[in-house]
Ligand binder design. Structure first.
Ligand code: NDP
Length: 390
């Protein structure tokens, strides 16, 4: 794939039909002088992918669901876009030359495309936290080996990345990720018993895909983010702090050993961190909302509550145990969220299934990609068995 002319950056958007994909494409559409979409991918939603192809005219479009290949092919007929389908095409095109690969497929399905872009030595703007949790060691090792650059898009990690600036590792005492607390921060456990999927996907501050919205409601999202931060910033879990900050203005902080704290603030809009990653190392003027600090009621911060939101503590435990524990917890949680969204289990059962899978896992030795995929698949099978035994 040829580089774009006239200094435009070519952007390959993996997960283009999703929420992060939409925010990324909004920025690309605002800056045709600076960016062009070179690859767009979808999972199942072929109609949405075709509409994006018509608008952005990428070189390649991939639909993961192979049964939709003919629909994609006929939908892009008459354009210069080449249609592809399936997981192998996703991995191949992730390795194709683009200036930035945006990794925004949800769940572990994003792992192989991410790894493929990493092995091609590219710049990866990574939103797909599940890959970093399931296979963080492999991704960072391969990134070093192949000279790839990982730029975090997840707002808290992007905030830490910005506040870290050029500091040496030993100058940093700890980092802090903020959490909004999700829609149920002020509810008791008894009140959480009957939460419905429709209530759980309604986040108070952020507009996101279903999986990450449910993760925010259980605070597993913050747990995944702690594990993600351990990988990205090479810090032990106890130096990755979490504070509940309901107004979602401060997204992340770096506490330095000399007593300074640098924080990044911004509107609760994913285009802020995405713009930072797309333009990096420059800054993009994209007409961002500037926060009026005088209009803020408060900047309160609270300690998390592990009794009401046990998923965060489970994630910390997985991070301390290491080995396959993060892979198991991540796969168990993906299954639990799916069961919850399709109405098979209750909201509080998500943490129950996650704990059950963590308790029944066995320790592993050396970890290869094949081991991770096998453990991921095995955990999903066991989660189904847990469900049918209930
Ligand atoms: P969405 O559910 O909105 O979008 C997910 C994207 O992944 C869609 O393009 C979907 O395609 C695609 N997809 C789903 N399953 C597969 C599969 N098996 N193979 C290939 N593609 C697939 O999710 P978000 O955009 O909200 O989140 C994306 C990632 O970013 C997640 O890892 C999330 O944790 C992370 N993230 C999201 C944030 C947010 O604000 N949304 C914030 C920080 C991180 P289709 O719809 O066509 O099936």
């Amino acid at each position: 794939m040829a580089r774009s002319p006239q200094g435009q950056k070519s952007i390959a958007v993996f997960g283009a039909t999703g929420s992060i994909g939409a925010s990324t494409l909004d920025l690309i559409a605002r800056h045709p002088d600076r960016f062009r979409a070179s690859v767009l991918t979808g999972g199942k939603n072929v109609e949405a992918l075709i509409a994006l192809v018509q608008h952005f005219k990428p070189d390649h479009a991939v639909i993961a669901d192979e049964s939709q290949y003919e629909a994609l092919k006929s939908g892009v007929a008459g354009t210069s876009t080449i249609a592809h389908a399936g997981a192998a095409a996703l991995a191949d095109l992730a390795a194709a030359e683009a200036d930035v690969m945006v990794s925004a497929i949800t769940g572990t399905a994003g792992l192989l495309p991410t790894l493929s872009a990493v092995r091609a030595g590219g710049v990866i703007a990574i939103a797909n936290k599940e890959s970093l949790v399931a296979a963080g060691g492999i991704i960072t090792r391969e990134a070093q080996r192949h000279g790839a650059t990982l730029l975090p898009i997840d707002s808290e990690h992007n905030a830490v990345f910005q506040a870290w600036a050029h500091a040496r590792h030993d100058e940093v005492a700890s980092i802090t990720l903020t959490a909004s607390g999700g829609p149920f921060w002020s509810r008791s456990l008894a009140e959480m018993q009957d939460i419905t999927p429709a209530q759980a996907v309604k986040h108070p501050n952020w507009s996101m895909g279903q999986k990450v919205s449910v993760d925010s409601a259980t605070m597993m999202n913050k747990g995944l983010e702690v594990m993600e931060a351990v990988v990205l910033f090479d810090l032990p879990e106890d130096r990755v702090k979490v504070l509940v900050h309901p107004s979602s203005v401060v997204h992340g902080m770096v506490q330095y050993r000399d007593g300074s704290i640098l924080a990044q603030m911004g509107a609760a809009d994913m285009r802020v961190p995405i713009a930072h990653a797309l333009a990096w190392p420059d800054r993009l003027d994209w007409d961002a909302e500037q926060i009026d600090l005088t209009a803020l009621a408060d900047l309160a911060f609270h300690a998390p509550d592990d009794d009401r939101f046990p998923c965060l503590a489970l994630a910390r435990e997985a991070s301390r145990r290491g080995g396959f524990a993060p892979t198991v917890l991540n796969a168990a949680n993906e299954m639990a969220v799916e069961f919850f969204l399709n109405g098979t289990i209750g909201f509080l059962d998500i943490a129950r299934l996650n704990r059950h899978m963590m308790e029944s896992m066995t320790a592993g030795g050396d970890i290869t990609l094949d081991d991770i995929i096998a453990v991921d698949q095995d955990t999903r099978r066991q989660a189904l068995a847990w469900l049918s035994e209930r």
